[in-house]
Design a protein around this ligand. Structure first.
Ligand code: NAD
Length: 332
């Protein structure tokens, strides 16, 4: 297979090249993000390999199909950015990499909780200026606190296990409850109960039409005053403008994000000289009780190795017999 790898960073090149040693596909690494303007770079390729920031809307898929591309191999678990209806109509196969390392994301999520609670990001900035005063850095013991986990799939279950290890009481909500979450130490409750009783609320469900703005003005009103809200899943699960208002009033006491509603045009690039300074994102980061990372929860050596291995497996399986079984999004 000749494969155009879009949004290719040096680490993609390293791990995909390593994973492809035996299979020997022809990987063409392209730095630009896939978009209507760059789709033609895939000319002469059988497949494109894309990431979460690539544009896989109907017009881009149409262009890809027109130049002979047959497979879109996502090197991500989430596939909310792909127009699956258009892909199916065009006869384009789509694969993804489910569950490449739920530990990476669950551990990063725990990192956000710990850093926000103990103000580690603020303390670090102070200490660098030789300011060792503790005012404003008061945290709480996680032990005995209630954590609400929305979505108990692969990542949610690992996160439950970590929080149960801290001695937290863990409540869970998922329309499809599973035994694993209970074994990990959680108790399933209705979403309203989870929101009303949790000191920390964290999102681990996919972005779908049903979960778009799951956390909005109404849900925020159901939460505890001063709640810590964490989102490492997809930005549009929360209504960012509503969250900003709740930060101003103090209803939300801490906010930890690894994802952001408008991240496609922002994340993964160094924009330090270009950001306007008066947009929603710039306002969010002025709050000392907000900690944002740029979609890096997946970014561990182990996860990158697994992503590359699964991606190469998808390419090989498709090349062998057109198979996408077991790896295609369920929705296809
Ligand atoms: P998963 O498919 O194993 O689990 C998702 C769970 O969400 C399932 O149990 C499902 O039943 C549940 N769910 C569906 N609709 C729901 C709803 N309305 N309310 C509550 N729960 C609902 O997925 P996963 O591997 O655990 O990943 C979770 C999310 O994490 C992914 O969708 C992806 O968007 C995100 N993710 C982020 C990163 C990152 O780097 N930040 C990396 C990988 C995955």
């Amino acid at each position: 297979m000749r494969v155009a790898v879009f949004s290719a960073k040096p680490y993609d090149r390293r791990f995909l090249t390593e994973a492809d040693q035996e299979a020997g596909h022809e990987l063409v690494f392209l730095e630009p993000r896939l978009s209507p303007d760059t789709a033609s770079l895939a000319g002469g390729c059988d497949a494109v390999c894309a990431f979460v920031n690539d544009d896989l809307s109907a017009p881009v898929l149409e262009r890809l199909a027109a130049i002979g591309v047959r497979l879109v191999a996502l090197r991500s678990a989430g596939y909310n950015h792909v127009d699956l209806t258009a892909a199916r109509k065009l006869g384009l196969a789509v694969t993804r990499v489910p569950g490449y390392s739920p530990y990476a994301v669950a551990e990063h999520c725990a990192g956000l909780v710990l850093a926000l609670n103990r103000r580690i990001h603020r303390a670090y900035n102070r200490v660098r200026e030789h300011n060792f005063a503790l005012n404003g850095l008061l945290g709480f013991d996680l032990h005995g606190r209630t954590v609400g986990v929305i979505g108990t799939g692969k990542i949610g279950v690992r996160f439950i296990r970590i929080m149960a290890g801290f001695g937290c009481r863990v409540l869970a909500y998922d329309p499809y409850p599973g035994d694993e979450a209970i074994a990990a130490g959680a108790r399933y409750v209705p979403l309203e109960t989870l929101l009303a009783e949790s000191d920390i609320v964290t999102l681990h469900c996919p972005l779908t039409p049903e979960t778009y703005h799951l956390i909005d003005e109404r849900r925020i009103a159901q939460m505890r005053d001063g709640v810590m809200l964490i989102n490492t899943s997809r930005g549009a699960l929360i209504d960012t403008a509503a969250v900003l208002r709740a930060l101003k009033t103090g209803r939300i006491g801490h906010l930890g994000l690894d994802v952001y509603e408008e991240e496609a045009d922002l994340f993964f690039e160094d924009l330090s000289d270009e950001m306007p300074g008066d947009d929603l994102f710039s306002r969010l980061v002025t709050f000392p009780n907000v900690l944002i990372t740029g979609h890096q929860a997946f970014f561990t050596e182990d996860a990158l190795r697994n992503i590359a291995a699964s991606t190469v497996e998808s390419l090989t399986a498709y090349a062998r017999d057109g198979s996408t079984a077991g790896i295609a999004p369920d929705a296809l």
